[in-house]
Ligand binder design. Structure first.
Ligand SMILES: *Cc1c(COP(=O)(O)O)cnc(C)c1O
Length: 648
């Protein structure tokens, strides 16, 4: 069902709101030009008024037009993300407030590396971090020392890397402090205890050290600061740091089997290596907390330290939600046993789902309230996972995914900003109190804290303005997220109808209940028992659904994506259930055979807010299943002969 509240939020599948966007674009372009003229109105135009009549100007304009025409023509082969026929990857139409704010800001070209280059948009970025912090259940009051801090990144990949950097800085700092041994500070008794402090205890130690420093004369303070800096892992590098501390070994990171490949990139970049990225087994597509606890007990017995455990809120391939509540409980139990590590939630995809769980006053909505709105959503586990976000140490969330904003907008948010000084370049400013404890003043030199240098202030403006027009709670932004969940529930219902309609021709299976708005679908021709044959069938179907750079986009009825399902992610029991539902012979699932070691399935991201168009009485989801039926009926005779040949 379409929600009238969403009508002004997007340019729209038909470009319905072109008038609004055009009005805004023209208005604010003119406004920008007046601003230029009013800077020093006494400065005359440097480009002469007759310049546009010069032959070279005209030739330039002709070349420019020619190139723009060909660019514009080429872009017509872009993927039509805006359309309700696009059910593929994690992208859809752009939120109109964000698009307008980005267009408005671009000609000012602010650089959010620091306030010198972005006096306005740097504050918008810090505020956008606080908006996200509130959505996640972190403290968002900058007057409180333990307030969260968040900033934008180019995407989730860099945000995840920032989480690794911060966790390592916090883990290794107490070891450096012990090595420098400032007097009168109660320090952990040995390197092992120092390296395995819980993150919160690490922050408290850092606070004590900062207070101690403040009590010293400036010269002594500089001396101590230099001594401790000289012992930090960031100064020494991994090799020298661990050589100096033979009690310790490089820490591992625990992430579920379905974690995004940015974690592997991050481990390589950090210098820990992929070998130190350990996969936590899953059960029913979600991280298995019992297996995590077992792994942690084994690691502690082997004295292998843990940097971080990652929980995923909305996996990239399946949209499933890990039990964040169990993971933070595990962290707290381990911390009590002297085996501290941090918990990061990779919510690059699912972060904005939290909008549905928030009241406008920032409190969490009870499960029963939400259940009245949906048929099945959220599961008790999903509700508990979102409720536990506020207890994680840091979170990645991508405004350019479920935030409906233009690319170049990921975000990293940490629960307690007091760890952030550990990431700063030029440490001598850090503890000098030059920011007088003012939250905004501290982060206006943003470039010192983040991986990137120059970065787009326009992206920050887009995120901030979107969150202001559509606050991150169920009554505002959550209206959009809510529609996507309704679409998901409609998709499941129609998948069941489709299964009934195709009985005798095709086996249809939704392999696992979705936690979010991403649904997978497995199809197998009736009578086929062979995994490789089904996979070939599904790949051909996917060929009909994917972007083909050589074809006009109109040649596609629908866009979808595919993924694969492995027993490692689903668990043996669930895999057996799925094979059975599809009529497949388990003996044909061959772990070492390419093409038969997993199931190829379709993956649908149901982000478009107009999938169920009540204005025209069209369900694009129903049409999609009609399309699938037509495709399958056309393809079946060929498939039959292949599987008959395979059987013979
Ligand atoms: C998309 C995604 C990432 C990577 O984010 P980018 O913005 O593509 O860099 C990381 N983790 C998860 C779970 C994701 O879905």
């Amino acid at each position: 069902m379409s929600d009238p509240a969403l009508y002004p939020c997007f340019l729209g599948p038909y470009g319905e709101n072109d008038g609004l966007l055009e009005k805004l674009a023209v208005e604010f372009l003119r406004d920008h030009v007046y601003w230029r003229r009013n800077f020093h109105p006494e400065d005359p135009p440097a480009i002469p008024t007759h310049a546009a009549q010069h032959p070279e100007f005209l030739a330039f304009e002709a070349r420019l037009r020619r190139e723009l025409h060909s660019l514009s023509a080429a872009l017509k082969r872009s993927v039509p993300f805006h359309s309700p026929r696009y059910l593929g990857h994690m992208v859809s139409d752009l939120a109109l407030p964000g698009l307008a704010a980005q267009l408005l800001t671009l000609p000012y070209n602010p650089n959010n590396v620091s306030e010198d280059a972005a006096p306005v948009t740097i504050d918008l970025e810090i505020r956008a971090g606080l908006q996200l912090a509130r959505m996640l259940g972190y403290c968002d009051d900058p007057a409180l020392p333990e307030c969260a801090f968040g900033h934008l990144t180019s995407g989730g990949t860099v945000a995840n890397y920032q989480a690794l950097r911060l966790a390592l800085a916090l883990k290794a700092f107490p070891v450096a402090l012990r090595a420098a041994a400032p007097p009168e500070l109660a320090l952990p008794e040995d390197d092992w205890a120092a390296f395995n402090l819980a993150p919160q205890a690490g922050i408290e130690l850092l606070q004590r050290w900062q207070r101690w420093l403040e009590g010293l004369a400036p010269i002594a303070r500089r001396g101590w600061l230099r001594r401790v800096e000289g012992e930090r892992i960031e100064q020494l590098g991994m090799v020298e740091f661990f050589a100096r501390h033979p009690q310790l070994s490089p820490p591992v990171v625990l992430a579920p089997v379905t974690a995004h490949y940015s974690w592997s990139k991050g481990m390589k970049l950090l210098g820990l290596g992929r070998e130190q990225l350990l996969q936590v087994p899953e059960c029913g597509m979600r991280l298995d907390p019992a297996a995590l606890a077992d792994m942690l007990a084994r690691l502690q017995a082997q004295r292998r330290p843990v940097l971080m455990a990652v929980a995923v809120l909305g996996t990239t391939e399946f949209g499933t939600v890990d039990p964040v509540h169990e993971v933070v409980a595990c962290r707290d139990r381990c911390a009590e046993a002297g085996f501290g590590f941090s918990v990061h939630v990779d919510a690059a995809w699912g972060g904005y789902l939290a909008t549905l769980f928030r009241e406008p006053d920032g409190s969490l909505r009870p499960l029963e309230d939400m259940r009245r709105e949906f048929a099945h959503f959220p599961s008790a586990d999903t509700h508990a996972a979102v409720a536990a976000l506020g207890r994680s140490d840091s979170v990645t969330v991508d405004p350019h995914k479920l935030g409906y904003l233009p690319y170049g907008a990921g975000a990293f948010v940490c629960r307690d900003q007091r760890a952030m000084p550990l990431l700063v370049e030029e440490a001598d400013y850090v503890f000098s109190g030059e920011d007088d404890g003012d939250y905004f003043a501290r982060y206006r030199k943003l470039g010192r804290f983040i991986l990137e240098g120059s970065k787009a202030g326009a992206a920050a403006a887009a995120v901030y303005v979107t969150h202001k027009v559509l606050p991150l709670d169920h009554a505002h932004f959550g209206r959009i997220t809510g529609v996507t969940i309704h679409s998901t529930e409609a998709f499941i219902r129609r998948a069941e109808e489709f299964a009934g309609r195709m009985a005798g021709e095709l086996r249809v299976c939704v392999p696992f209940a979705p936690d979010s708005n991403l649904v997978c679908l497995a199809l197998n021709p009736e009578g086929n028992r062979d995994v490789a044959t089904m996979n070939a069938f599904m790949r051909r179907l996917h060929d009909a659904l994917r972007c083909d750079p050589d074809k006009a986009v109109q040649a596609r009825e629908f866009y979808g994506s595919m993924t694969t399902l492995r027993a490692e992610a689903l668990g043996e029991a669930d895999m057996a259930r799925v094979l059975e539902a599809l009529g497949l012979d388990p003996a044909t699932l061959l772990p070492d055979h390419e093409g038969a070691d997993r199931l190829v399935i379709l993956r649908h991201t149901l982000m478009n807010p107009f999938l169920e168009d009540s204005e025209n009485g069209i369900s694009y989801i129903a049409r999609y299943f009609d399309f699938l039926a037509g495709w399958v009926r056309a393809a079946l005779p060929a498939t039959r002969s292949v599987s008959a040949a395979a059987a013979a």
